[in-house]
Structure formats: C-alpha cells, structure tokens
Ligand binder design. Structure first.
Ligand SMILES: *[C@@H]1O[C@H](CO)[C@@H](O)[C@H](O)[C@H]1NC(C)=O
Ligand SMILES: *[C@@H]1O[C@H](CO)[C@@H](O)[C@H](O)[C@H]1NC(C)=O
Ligand SMILES: *[C@@H]1O[C@H](CO)[C@@H](O)[C@H](O)[C@H]1NC(C)=O
Ligand SMILES: *[C@@H]1O[C@H](CO)[C@@H](O)[C@H](O)[C@H]1NC(C)=O
Ligand SMILES: *[C@@H]1O[C@H](CO)[C@@H](O)[C@H](O)[C@H]1NC(C)=O
Ligand SMILES: *[C@@H]1O[C@H](CO)[C@@H](O)[C@H](O)[C@H]1NC(C)=O
Ligand SMILES: *[C@@H]1O[C@H](CO)[C@@H](O)[C@H](O)[C@H]1NC(C)=O
Ligand SMILES: *[C@@H]1O[C@H](CO)[C@@H](O)[C@H](O)[C@H]1NC(C)=O
Ligand SMILES: *[C@@H]1O[C@H](CO)[C@@H](O)[C@H](O)[C@H]1NC(C)=O
Ligand SMILES: *[C@@H]1O[C@H](CO)[C@@H](O)[C@H](O)[C@H]1NC(C)=O
Length: 831
C-alpha cells in the first residue's frame, strides 16, 4: 500500500542518496582559468609533504598546520623503492601507509595530489627507483624499453589499485584531485632522442588507461600528450605557458628553498621573494601553486639521495623539519593566500584581463568579470628601484622593488609581497639536562677479522661496481686482494693508488689502517696512501662507502659507484708498478655489525659492548648510550658535533646518516639578506664554518616514556663526548604590523607568551631582536600588548590607531614618504 508515510520515507531515502552521492564523488575538470571541482571554479594552493619524511604521528599536525596556512591541498610523491624493496613484495605499513596519509588529508578537509612518477627525483636515494631494477637484463630506465615499461606499468597499476580500493580518488569520493605520471622528463628527454618521445607517449596512454577519473599532469613536459596537462617547476613560473591553451597554468613545484649536500651551507629563500613568485604567477593567470616543500622533513635511514644529500630535508619550508612553523615565511604566505582568495571569483571567471605598463618595471594587471567586479595586481619587476604609483580614483600605492601589491577591487591594498606583517619566530635549541647529563658510553669495534684476512664470499678477477654487488642493502662494500712480494727493496716505501667512483674509501694493508679519503662532490676521486709492503703475501683490504645514490640527470641510474673500473695500483721505488685491477679480488657486502644488527635493541647475537673508557678518533667504531626522554611537547634533536661520519639509531630506528666533521667554508654567509632579484641557492646562506648538519631529528614516536638507546656507527673516527639532546622551542616572537594589518602572535606546542619585551605603536625602528623606539609612539603600547597577550598561547587583532588611543594623522604629515608615514606596531615577546 502506498501511504504518505512511505512516500516521505522514499523521498528522504532518495534525498539522502543524492546527498551521499554528492559528498562522495567529486568531479574534477578544468579550463584555462580554473580547476573546476564539482562545478566550483577554484584556484588551488597546495604544498608538498612527503609521507616517509615524517612519522605517522606527525601527519595530523602537519596537515592541520598546512590547512591553517591557507592550503587547499597536500601533494606527495610515491616512493617506489620503499614500497617494493624486494621485487613483487609490497610494503604499505608504518609511514609507508600512503592510504592513511591521504585519509588524514581528507579528514582535515583538504584535497590530495599524487605524483606516482614512478621516478621521483626528490633528492631521494636513486630517485625512488629500487636498485633491483638496475639488475633486470636489458633494462634501460625511462625510455622506450620493454623491460622498464613493464616494471613501470606493474608498479603504477599497483599503486592505483591500492588507491582505488581505498576510494582515494575524487571520482570515488576521495581526496585526490590530480595525479602525475613521469617527472621532469622534458628536462632530459633530448638525451633519449626518438625513443624518449615514444616513451612519453606510451606513459601518457598507460596512465590515461588507468581510468582514475581525475586529470593527469606531467611536470616540465612541453610535448605532454593531451589531455595530460604540462606544468612548470622552478623558482618562478609566471612566464610559463601550458602547451594547450585550454589547460590551466600550474606551478607544480614552487621551490620555496633548496636542499643541502654534505659540505654545503644552508640556503634560505626569503618570505618576500617566495611570495613574489606566487603573486607574479597568479598575476599572470596562474591557477594552481604547489610549494616544494611545505614540510620537507627528514631523510631517515639511507633514503637520502645522492650523491651527498644530507639527512635533513628542511628545505627552508614553511613548516620546518621538526614540524615547527618557519616564521615569517609561513605567516606571510598564509596572508598571501587569503589575499589572492579574495579575488578567486574574478580570477577564475574573468571576461577581460589587461596588462598596463606604468613604466619603471611597474605593471598593473586588471581582471574584470561579467558583472564588472575587478581584481588587480600591481607588480614592480625592478630589483633595485621602489615605485610610487598613482592610480587616480583607485588610490596611491608604494610598491617596493621586486614586489607585487594585491588590490582587492583594484582599489584596496590587501597585500604586498615585500611588506611582511606576519610574525617572526626565533627558535632556540635548548639542552635537555635530564636526557643529556651523565651520558655514559659503551662501545665495540666493528668486527673485521674476516676482511682483514681478505676473506669475502664473492670472488672475481676484476673490480666490480658497488651497487651491483650490494644492491644497496648497505652503504659498504669491502674490496680485498693480495700481492706477493719477494724483494722488499722496491716496496718498503710504496704508494697504493686507487681510482674510485666514490664516495668514500678506507684502506688497510696487512690489517694496518692506512687512511681515509672521500670525494669532494660525490663523484670519482683518487685515493693515494703510502704503504710499506713486506716480503711474502700482503693483504690489501679496501672499504668503499656510498653516501646516497644519484637521483637526477639523464641515465643517473647508470652512474658508477665504488672502485668499479679502478685501476688499483701499487707504485714502488723507481716507479715500478703492479696493477692489481685484474688480480684475484674478493668482496664482502656490508658490515658485520649491520648483519648482526648492533644498532638494534634485539641484535641477532649477543653483542659484547665494552664499558671501559671509550676510544676516540678510531674508524669503524660502534657507540651506545642510554638517555631519558625529554619532557614536554617540543620536538627533539640530538647534537652530534664531535663525531665524524656515520649513521645513528634511536631504539633501533634509524635517524639517518650524519657527517658532522665536514666543516663548511667560512665564506658565503651573511646576516642580512636582500630579498630582491632572482633567487639562487648561494643567496642568503647560513651555517658557515660549521657542519652542514649538526642536529638530527629524534621523532617523539621513536621514544619510550623512560629510557632510550642511542647507537652510533662511526665510520671515520670521532668523539661522542659532547652528544646532547635538545628540544626546539620558540624563544622570541616578533611582529611588525602596519596600521590596518593583522597582528598574529603565537608560541608553539602549547607554550604561552610570558613577557612583552618591546611594544611600540608609532614609528619604531630596527628588526626582531633589535627594535628601537622611533620619534613618536602611543604611550599605552606596552600595556595594551601585555593585556592582550600575556599568559596566552597566542593573540591577534587588526591594528588600528584607535585601539592605541592615537588620533594624530601622520599620513598627511609626510605624504612624500608614505611608507614611513603609516604608523605601525612593533612587538617583541618571549614564549
Ligand atoms: C615496512 O615499512 C615500514 C616503514 O618503513 C617498516 O617499519 C617495516 O619494517 C617494513 N616492513 C617490512 C616487512 O619490511
Ligand atoms: C562566470 O561568468 C559567467 C558570465 O561570464 C556567468 O554566467 C557564470 O555564472 C559565472 N560562473 C561562476 C561560477 O561564477
Ligand atoms: C643544564 O646544565 C647546564 C650545564 O650543566 C647548566 O648550565 C644549566 O643551568 C642547566 N639547566 C637546567 C635547566 O637545569
Ligand atoms: C719474485 O721473484 C721471481 C724470481 O726471482 C720473479 O720471477 C718474480 O717476478 C718476482 N715477483 C715479484 C712480485 O716481484
Ligand atoms: C723473502 O721470502 C722468500 C720466500 O718467500 C725468501 O726466499 C727470501 O729470502 C726473502 N727475502 C728477504 C729479503 O727476506
Ligand atoms: C726494482 O726496480 C728496479 C727499477 O725498475 C728494477 O730494475 C728492479 O729489477 C726492481 N727489483 C725487483 C726485485 O723487482
Ligand atoms: C674522474 O673521471 C673523469 C672522467 O672519466 C676523469 O676525467 C677525471 O680525471 C676523474 N677524476 C679523478 C679525480 O679521478
Ligand atoms: C689467483 O689465484 C689463483 C689460484 O687461486 C692463482 O693461480 C693465480 O696466480 C692468482 N692470480 C694472481 C694475479 O694473483
Ligand atoms: C674493553 O676495552 C679495553 C680497552 O681496549 C680492554 O682492555 C678490555 O679487555 C675490553 N673489555 C672487554 C670486556 O672486552
Ligand atoms: C666538547 O665541548 C668542549 C667545550 O666546548 C670542547 O672544548 C671540546 O673540544 C668538545 N669535544 C669535542 C669532541 O668536540
């Protein structure tokens, strides 16, 4: 029987099905001016966070911070080498659970972007390729090669199937709105000639055939087959044009900083210049901007690429390696996102766009939509000349050199990339005495009886390439041979000469250490040491170590490591030479300590740690200590200064390689940093005359409540005397906000503002750490700030002269210098 009740029931059911459907499947389309998500025309701000570069516990906080920073989406690569360490055996657990990562993103209300590659570059070991690929007969990576294409297709299909099973694609109601295939191939394609072009066509077809229901893109691929969107990676992309005028203009990697190699200083990119790149991009019709990186994180284990990528992948990103905010960059970009979003309706659906050259490098770009709403960008391209612009009815604007002003309605300045209103935070690493005091060390020398006697399990009459033997199961490969001498006169004072493809090398002759050498830039180098040979059989033992396999360039996968081609020669008196290269060689992969898991809490066999006073400066030494977990919520680091080069583990979990003994150049750093002009990585460096990386992240989830174990494998010799545990806290926070701007001050990790060290609303001078009062100020500046902020984790308000009881009009007093005329509030506080 058909009752009203069942009718209404059916309607409700029908309605709820519609609601269910509409909040499940999202339709992602695009045109040249917008990404169109369920019919809504959008500009998208996205940021890269690579799931294996943090811990599962860190994900929700990182994603929430990204959302608070004004992002709409999170982007990540997929890391083939981690997921398929052994061919055909997949691992998606722990921080490799990318499904959970995308679910975390979705729960926060953000979109996801998946870059499957499966080549990822990313300063990641071997560009994300598993080394077993290299061993497949006839394989040639990233070209029209059947063996490679077969493996690539299997892996891409596997990842897509895992994603589909978890309903991760927007077309299934999931967060993923875009997907990438290949990666920056256009930059190296010329090397591969016609097969390269054929490969890209194949890759496109293979991806499209996966039917994921969201658009695909290729970075830096001018010939991207349609409908695949080609996109731009770089420091600036405003002059980029996609190869199809119907494609949206996408900045898939906006390099917000740069990575570091061992021996290099730390590069920084200013908040002003980062914002400039973004604003210029949207001024010129940009639709999508992805920060590379938004949180860089840590290269745990041996995941650092190479050669020589350091363990920290901080990248000077808006969220720092440990998860704290990098201010003012984070806040400045957040305000930028808010400002550009004010124009979203006009920018994504304009009917006219006009560039007006106002001279002196100044351009006014006006977007107008069908109902006459306007949105403007006013840019100054000159890297040394500030500009004053009179837009008549639309107002007068001071546009500093190398900056973009965003004008809401074309007549109201809502942002200028060079005027930083957001807070600056000075972070401090504080020694945690309860963890650090009285660390006692136990130690053990790497057992090497076998290798000192020349015994290895692999034999050959030639030198062999390192990764082909190790399959990258270890950084280390022993090369051993022997030479018979029956007249010592020519050999008591000889030279051992080794030409190696890198990266570091140790030598022993007849069990005696003869020294260490390393390549300057991670390529080939010559190792030469004086040796004294004895009459009879001499055993020569060489230990070669790689420090991250190459991840970039055409055929990077074929770059040789280890002693590979040699030669290895002995050069005696009167230049008599014995070439050992084709002698009897034996090889051993890895260290005994690795095999027996000395780094683990449950080693394979008992380890006789020696607790008597520890040796220092001795190569191949393992050290172990116990420490208490630092209290509180702040991130933890361990200071490894004093050690040489090696690898560190906390409670059996790797926190990465270290190389603290390599000191950077004394020159090339500066306290001040001019944001103006094209960025390059040599700009704004810090960390001169110090280790490239002194502090190593110890994620809280690696720790137990009480006691923990730190184990170090020291390769070249060091001293753990000064190892200490620190927490990174916010020490000083500052803001410098013009009238009308928004003050936002906050501590982190639950800390509260304890004092206001400086507050002046007027014309204060100087910068964070050295503010000074100017010629006038509101007398209640200090009390106003104390009342608003003390005892709170953060405080914020729009700065007006009324709230500071100021009614003078400095604007009219100094029209000539409008910048100096606008009153502002400078505050410095302690958390
Ligand atoms: C899978 O990966 C996780 C995270 O790296 C790791 O903890 C785990 O040991 C791996 N499992 C296997 C079987 O290798
Ligand atoms: C875009 O502009 C057109 C007129 O040019 C208008 O009809 C349409 O409603 C606008 N779309 C959106 C999503 O605002
Ligand atoms: C930590 O130890 C150092 C040196 O032993 C000492 O100077 C400092 O005051 C201690 N800090 C705390 C908070 O106990
Ligand atoms: C050792 O002596 C023999 C005979 O004196 C000679 O033929 C041979 O070349 C010598 N070997 C070396 C390594 O010098
Ligand atoms: C070197 O050793 C050989 C035997 O191996 C012996 O015949 C020869 O006398 C030795 N020479 C010297 C200088 O000791
Ligand atoms: C030592 O070197 C000289 C010069 O090359 C050579 O004449 C001599 O035979 C060498 N001695 C031996 C034992 O090889
Ligand atoms: C490294 O290899 C290149 C090319 O094979 C060669 O020209 C150069 O001399 C080598 N450098 C060293 C230090 O061996
Ligand atoms: C290598 O070892 C074999 C026997 O194991 C021996 O006959 C040969 O002479 C050795 N070659 C060299 C160059 O030492
Ligand atoms: C510890 O090392 C010292 C110094 O090398 C040595 O004398 C002692 O025998 C070692 N103890 C153990 C238990 O191995
Ligand atoms: C440890 O620190 C002290 C004090 O700064 C310094 O004198 C000493 O050289 C350091 N030791 C090492 C091994 O770096």
């Amino acid at each position: 029987m058909f009752t009203m009740r069942s009718l209404s029931h059916s309607i409700i059911l029908l309605l709820s099905l519609i609601v269910l459907y509409s909040c499940t499947a999202l339709e992602v389309k695009y045109d040249s001016n917008a990404l169109i998500i369920n019919g809504e025309r959008r500009l998208i701000f996205s940021g890269a966070i690579h799931y294996p570069r943090s811990t599962v516990d860190m994900w929700p906080d990182l994603v929430q911070k990204a959302k608070d920073g004004g992002l709409d989406a999170i982007e990540t690569y997929i890391f083939w080498d981690r997921h398929e360490q052994v061919r055909g055996r997949y691992n998606f657990s722990g921080n490799l659970d990318f499904v959970k990562f995308f679910k975390t993103i979705q729960e926060a209300g953000l979109y996801g972007i998946i870059r499957i590659g499966p080549y990822s570059c990313a300063e990641w070991n071997y560009g994300g390729f598993p080394v077993w690929l290299h061993q497949i007969p006839g394989i040639e990576m990233r070209t029209d090669n059947a063996a490679y294409k077969n493996e690539m297709q299997i892996f891409v299909t596997k990842i897509i199937n895992v994603a589909k099973e978890a309903n991760l694609f927007a077309s299934q109601g999931g967060p993923i709105i875009l997907a990438q295939i290949e990666n920056e191939y256009g930059d190296i394609m010329w090397n591969f000639k016609e097969p390269g072009k054929a490969y890209i066509k194949w890759a496109a077809q293979m991806a499209l055939a996966q039917n994921i229901g969201v658009p695909w893109f290729m970075c830096q691929q001018n010939d991207a087959p349609q409908p695949i969107i080609n996109t731009c990676n770089g420091y600036y992309c405003h002059n980029f044009k996609p190869n199809n005028p119907k494609s949206p203009k996408m900045f898939t990697e906006n390099w917000i900083g740069w990575f570091q190699k061992w021996g290099e200083r730390a590069p920084h990119r200013t908040a002003e210049d980062s914002a400039y790149a973004v604003a210029r991009f949207f001024q010129n019709g940009g639709v999508f901007n992805n920060y590379y990186m938004y949180h860089g994180g840590t290269n745990f284990g041996r995941t650092s690429g190479g050669p020589y990528i350091i363990t920290s992948y901080d990248y000077d990103a808006p969220i720092n390696e440990y998860g704290n905010l990098n201010q003012p960059k984070y806040g400045h970009l957040k305000f930028l996102h808010e400002a550009i979003k004010l124009g979203e309706k006009v920018l994504t659906n304009y009917t006219s766009r006009n560039d007006k050259d106002l001279g002196n490098g100044i351009t006014l770009t006006t977007y107008t939509n069908s109902v006459g709403a306007r949105f403007c960008f006013l840019s100054n391209d000159k890297d040394n000349t500030d500009g004053n612009v009179d837009l008549q009815n639309d107002g007068k604007y001071f546009v500093p050199a190398w900056s973009v002003t965003i004008l809401d309605g074309c007549n109201k300045e809502v942002f200028n990339t060079a005027k930083v209103n957001s807070q600056t935070s000075i972070m401090e690493k504080k020694i945690d005495n309860s963890s650090t005091n009285k660390l006692t060390w136990a130690w053990i020398m790497e057992p090497k009886k076998d290798t000192m006697n020349g015994r290895g399990s692999i034999k050959a009459h030639q030198l062999l390439e390192q990764k082909e033997l190790t399959l990258d199961a270890s950084d280390y490969l022993w090369y051993m041979t022997s030479v018979d001498i029956n007249d010592t006169s020519n050999w008591s004072n000889a030279n051992l000469h080794v030409e190696t493809s890198g990266h570091t090398l140790h030598g022993y002759v007849n069990k005696r250490y003869i020294g260490y050498g390393h390549s300057q830039f991670g390529n080939n180098f010559t190792y030469e040491k004086q040796v004294s040979l004895k009459n009879g059989t001499n055993i020569i033992t060489l230990l070669s170590a790689t420090v991250g396999l190459a991840n970039y360039g055409a055929r990077f996968d074929e770059i040789k490591t280890g002693i590979s081609d040699g030669p290895v020669k002995l050069v005696g008196q009167n230049s008599v030479t014995i070439d050992l290269s084709t002698g009897n060689w034996s090889f051993k992969v890895g260290l005994n300590g690795e095999k027996r898991r000395f780094y683990d809490l449950q080693p394979r066999s008992g380890v006789a740690w020696n607790t008597s006073s520890y040796p220092t400066g001795k190569p191949l030494t393992w050290y172990k200590t116990q420490f208490k977990s630092p209290l509180g919520p702040n991130p933890i680091v361990v200071d490894l200064q004093g050690l040489g080069k090696g690898h560190a583990w906390v409670n059996g979990k790797s926190i990465g390689r270290y190389w603290t003994s390599w000191i950077t150049s004394t020159a090339g750093c500066s306290d001040t940093c001019d944001y103006r002009g094209n960025y390059k990585k040599e700009k704004c460096n810090t960390g001169c005359a110090s280790p490239s990386q002194r502090w190593y992240h110890v994620p809280r989830s690696f720790l137990n409540d009480d006691m923990n174990t730190l184990i170090l494998f020291e390769e070249i010799g060091g001293n753990p005397q000064n190892v200490s545990f620190l927490t990174e806290t916010t020490k000083t926070i500052c803001a410098n906000v013009y009238e009308g701007g928004k003050l936002e001050l906050s501590c982190q990790n639950g800390q509260v503002i304890t004092s206001i060290n400086f507050a002046s609303f007027g014309n204060p001078q100087g910068q964070c750490g050295s503010f000074k009062k100017g010629s006038w100020e509101s007398l209640n500046s200090q009390s106003m700030m104390e009342t608003s902020c003390i005892g709170k984790t953060g405080c914020g308000f729009t700065v007006t002269r009324d709230m500071f009881g100021v009614n003078l009009d400095p604007l009219s007093a100094s029209k000539a210098s409008v910048k100096d005329g606008i009153p502002r509030l400078a505050v410095q506080a302690t958390c």
